[in-house]
Design a protein around this ligand. Structure first.
Ligand code: PEP
Length: 249
């Protein structure tokens, strides 16, 4: 682990939550946040709950983020949420190009890079998600697919790359209970690190995501190019999420 890269453990609540459930979860995170030690702890919540997250987490060491962003500043884009709107709620992070959005909403890699640029323009930190499907992997195409997904993001240049985060999330490991082995994850992280290094951004953080839980987090975090985790299901239970944070501490 290169200590210049502060570890980051980020929850992705996806479309889960209610005011009552969130209050308990956020309260639990604030109460146990010190278990993250020097690692950063964050949650990406559904848009309607940004105000609740801001109220519950302000003054704590837990930061909050959104799960998507519009490339547009304002206008006739029904259902979209702009970077400035997210900044209004003091959002720190925004997921860009989660595989569920690429698959279900047809988001292209060019659009994902444009979303990252929109976030950067408002002072938010984009977390750009990349990852191959099982058929890509089985065909030996994982690096090729990830390289293609990264290309328009790398084209944003070193200064932008130094202000964003990459999350490697093999699609076959998301929500399936099947985690990449630490070696499989490290191999892809090293590939991504090499690409970032060629573009002058060797210190950009790379998170691993895909069925991370307390039981497998330590082995993943022991890999030299894994700088933290993007956590779906396990981020909905305060104790489990904090146990992952403790593994990163
Ligand atoms: C995710 O949604 O980004 C994710 C990694 O989900 P899970 O941890 O549930 O696999």
């Amino acid at each position: 682990m290169n200590h210049a890269r502060t570890r980051l453990v980020m929850g992705n609540w996806k479309m889960h939550g209610s005011l009552a459930d969130n209050a308990a979860l956020l309260g639990g995170l604030v109460a146990g946040a010190q278990r993250a030690g020097s690692a950063q702890l964050a949650v990406c919540v559904p848009f309607p709950y940004l105000a609740q997250a801001r109220q519950a987490l302000s003054g704590s060491t837990v930061s909050w983020g959104a799960q998507d962003i519009s490339v547009h500043d304002r206008g006739a884009y029904t259902g979209e949420v702009s970077a400035a709107m997210l900044a209004d709620f003091e959002v720190s992070w925004v997921l860009c190009g989660h595989s569920e959005r690429r698959a279900m909403h047809g988001e292209s890699s060019a659009l994902v890079a444009a979303k990252a640029a929109a976030a950067l323009g408002a002072g938010l930190t984009p977390v750009v998600c990349v990852g191959e499907t099982l058929s890509d992997r089985d065909a030996g195409d994982a690096e090729c697919v990830i390289g293609d997904q990264l290309e328009p993001v790398l084209a944003l240049g070193a200064e932008s790359l130094s202000r964003l985060v990459i999350a490697y999330e093999p699609v076959w490991a998301i929500g399936t209970g099947r985690t990449a082995t630490p070696e499989q994850a490290q191999a892809v992280h090293a590939f991504i690190r090499a690409a970032l290094t060629r573009h002058g951004a060797a210190q950009t953080r790379i998170l691993y995501g895909g069925s991370v839980k307390a039981a497998n987090a330590s082995d993943l975090f022991a890999q030299p190019d894994i700088d933290g985790a993007l956590v779906g299901g396990a981020s909905l239970v305060a104790e489990e999420f904090l146990n992952i944070a403790a593994a990163a501490a």
